[in-house]
Design a protein around this ligand. Structure first.
Ligand code: PLP
Length: 486
């Protein structure tokens, strides 16, 4: 690694990316690439000799960019956002450039310490209970860690909950453990439960309905748990979501916490998307009751101006997490300070050994924009979503399907006498979504609630401005006019 070459080639990459951001709204938002189209262009084997970076960037521009789905386009309204920002990129460069691996305290002490401080900062910004703070932060002996994704974080909490429960059962007890989630919870819980050995038949998907705005009710959980207890099963883990993926629903954290406490279940609060909004006081009511949770997670890489990847996980009892995940190898023990206590070895808080220095990225983002800048970022998108929601409501061809909580609006063409029947309405909405996406001028995805096909407009891309949301609405109206039966 020659520093001068490094500087020159890195500058070339930055210039390339700056050009990309200048032009990103000119590409069709959703990729139009056919499966196999790139394989046909690339050689069968890796090059024997190195090539100059200029040629590589030229190929990226010519062959890769046109086939991407452009998450950074201001017209990207699909899934949830994956924010990039100038500070997020600077932080990512520092992470990649320093390239340390803070898996034990000794492996990179201040990288670990920065991570602990960042998790405390985020905990305080989101007004999470003090029990999730490291003791050094004036908190209650909890703590946090940065993972790459919510999926990884959830697997770790499931493993901790499983081992906590198994310490009171025989090993075969694993066959009795039950995990509860709603029909709106992310599928990561089902996958995670399978990975940690919970029998698939012991994963309960509790239905939600419009009457609870698609939130999980304490009553329905109690009902499911009582039925399992009567069958000799053991309630293990309950997932509460603040901002579900499909419709942005919010589960009543406090009420679910009381149920979890009563039956000895681990309560995890998944705030992957909406956790970012919790830095604004007007949204903090949604997390009330989190003092009854065992763990909470959120993804700064969604809506917090932090480039991929970054997931904050807090646990009230780090010892429960580390006793499930800790493993030692002789080469990882520190000969100089074997007696050191009270240091964090993050290898014991995650699945992998190796890990990235994500804390430096979050530090740069938090310092560069400040809490006030980040709140303004969130509120800007929420205002746009409010405008879109009103615009949809004002056009009598459409209906809003679930209450808007944050910056996600779920809507559809409403049933009309001329095209009665669920299938006909669903088919029209599907056709509408396809027409919008095929235009290349915006990209959205759908969900299904109450057996209805629903279009989701998730606002939150960093470069999205009001005019992009207005254009998206006019595009939807234009396509609706084209496809609706006369
Ligand atoms: N939970 C919720 C509520 C989500 O919306 C998502 C992704 O959109 C996830 C979990 C999965 O997050 P990750 O991709 O970080 O695993």
């Amino acid at each position: 690694l020659d520093p001068d070459t490094f500087a020159g080639e890195s500058r070339a990459v930055i210039d390339f990316l700056a050009g990309y951001y200048r032009d990103v709204d000119k590409y069709p938002v959703q990729s139009e690439a056919e499966p196999g189209s790139l394989r046909r262009l690339l050689p069968d084997t890796a090059p024997e000799h190195g090539e100059p970076v200029d040629g590589i960037l030229e190929d990226v521009g010519q062959h890769i960019l046109p086939g991407l789905t452009h998450f950074q386009s201001p017209n990207f309204f699909a899934y949830y956002p994956a924010n990039a920002s100038t500070a997020g990129f600077a932080g990512e460069m520092l992470c990649a450039g320093l390239n340390v691996a803070p898996f034990t305290w000794a492996a990179s002490p201040l990288a670990t310490e920065l991570e602990c401080v960042m998790l405390d900062w985020m905990c305080k910004l989101m007004c999470l209970p003090d029990r999730f703070l490291f003791s050094g932060g004036g908190g209650g002996g909890g703590g946090g860690v940065l993972h790459g994704s919510t999926c990884e974080a959830v697997i770790c909490t499931l493993a901790a909950a499983r081992d906590r429960a198994l310490s009171k059962l025989t090993h075969e007890g694993i066959l009795k453990l039950v995990v509860y989630a709603s029909d709106q919870s992310h599928t990561t819980f089902q996958k995670g439960a399978r990975i940690v050995g919970i029998p698939p038949s012991n994963f309960r998907i509790i239905p939600t309905s419009a009457s609870s705005s698609y939130g999980l009710t304490a009553e329905s959980v109690r009902h499911a748990v009582e039925a399992d207890l009567a069958s000799g099963l053991v309630p293990l883990y309950l997932c509460a979501t603040v901002g579900t993926t499909g419709v942005g629903a919010v589960d009543p954290v406090g009420e679910l916490g009381e149920v979890a406490r009563r039956y000895g279940m681990w309560l995890h609060v998944d705030a992957a998307y909406a956790g970012s909004a919790l830095i604004c006081p007007e949204f903090q009511g949604y997390i009330h009751g989190a003092e009854l949770a065992d763990s909470v997670s959120m993804n700064p890489h969604k809506w917090f101006l932090t480039n991929m990847d970054c997931c904050c996980l807090w646990v009230a009892s780090p010892a429960q997490l580390t006793s499930a995940l800790s493993i030692t190898s002789e080469y990882l023990t520190d000969v100089s300070c074997q007696e050191t206590v009270d240091v964090v070895d993050y290898k014991d808080w995650q699945i992998a050994l190796g890990r990235r220095f994500r804390a430096i990225k979050l530090w740069v983002v938090l310092r560069r924009y400040g809490a006030a800048g980040l709140r303004a970022h969130i509120r800007r998108h929420v205002e746009m979503a409010k405008w879109f929601e009103q615009a949809v409501k004002a056009d009598e061809r459409f209906e809003v399907v679930a209450p808007r909580r944050f910056s996600l609006v779920c809507f559809r063409l409403r049933p009309r006498p001329r095209y009665e029947g669920d299938h006909a309405v669903d088919a029209l909405n599907r056709k509408l979504l396809n027409a919008v996406n095929a235009s290349g001028r915006a990209f959205m995805v759908h969900t299904v609630v109450d057996n209805k096909f629903v279009i989701r407009l998730a606002i939150g891309a960093t470069m999205t401005q009001m005019r992009h949301v207005r254009n998206a609405f006019h595009l939807i109206q234009e396509k609706a006019t084209q496809i609706l039966p006369p």
